[in-house]
Write a protein that binds this ligand. Sequence first.
Ligand code: AMP
Length: 425
Amino acid sequence: MTFKDLQIIEPILKALQNQGYTKPTEIQELSIPILLNNKDLLGCAQTGTGKTAAFAIPILQHLYNEKEVGNNKRKIQALIVTPTRELAIQIGESFTTYGKFTGIKNTVIFGGVKQLSQTDALKRGVDVLVATPGRLLDLIQQGFVSLGNVKYFVLDEADHMLDMGFIHDIRKIVEKLPIKRQSLFFSATMPPEIIKLSGNILGNPEKVTIKPEQKTAEKVEQSVYFINRKSKTKLLIHILNSEKYESVLIFSRTKHGANKIVKSLEKTDFRALAIHGNKSQAARQLALKNFKNGNIDILVATDIAARGLDISELSLVINFDLPNVSETYIHRIGRTGRAKFSGIAISFCDLEERPYLKDIQKLIKQEIPVVEDHPFANEEPEEIQKTVTQQQNRAFTPRPNQNKSFGNNSNSRKYKSSRPSSRNK
Ligand code: AMP
């Protein structure tokens, strides 16, 4: 199957060729014909699957084919709503890339920055608007955005919208859309609230489900270190010193934790920056730019800030803290091993995080190999925090005669330094 087989028009084919896309990904192969056929779509998929092109290409094609000749001011005909600024920017960039030879214009609006450059772009006129919910509603209220001409509506990462408390905003946005439109709804998971929301937005949709989870997990070489919380920073520095990594993304559960990690790394002469919700948009973009162009080797991120980041050839993901929501683990390790690349994901797990590890392994249906041989493996286990229940405490505290490193996993292995080449480039 090629993009040509999917009846993609020449100007878009040319742009895809320029990007080096030789064939459609699974979600593109399944979704593009449905969308070109003007059907609504309910897509169960997440970033990393080629989802953006799956919706951007047909929208660009529709708009190109319907383009009115003449000097009429551009009106917003396609609206893409996505939860984070970073995702919005990436989607805007994708529209620019795939639409390079179509003459279709897009702009991106998101909160946390001054609105002037955004309202100026809107005043000049755009065909495609990519927006985060809050800023969109704000600019609608101020009269800078009208949704009256929208023919194509995409709700991206719906489950994440729910997590971030945006569902009410989404309902308000949907109320302002014309009834006659094509709607696309994407979500990585489909809990009942999301199914209900999709029912309000879509009319008799076609469904496409892509399960990248297992694939992602399979493509990524994973390992876990059992470690006391207080020794995590030392272990991190030990790992980063043991081999040359070109680009490392470290996940911290909290913003404060992310800042602390960056400080510790800077003291040891690593070039690192943090990216999280307390940083200004300019600082987040600058950090990302510096990371992508290799000025810094290490980015320390919280989940919200990192969601959907598209950094190709990321060599290593480190979960400094394990996420308490198992799906987040898949999103995180999916930052490496994207598209055709393979990657490495290392997780630190303290005693309190053992239940999270158990849940993650259940979800990915894999036992993550334990690295037993590391300098902090023989430390006495820390006192467990009060937040863990007595029952969990009993279940996860090693028995006295058990290996002090907690490594009682049949899949345990010694840490080896022979690694895929991506790590040593
Ligand atoms: P997405 O899921 O939209 O975030 O895309 C994940 C990554 O896959 C991005 O780096 C895209 O540029 C890339 N990608 C999307 N479609 C294709 C394709 N057909 N061939 C190769 N790479 C692609």
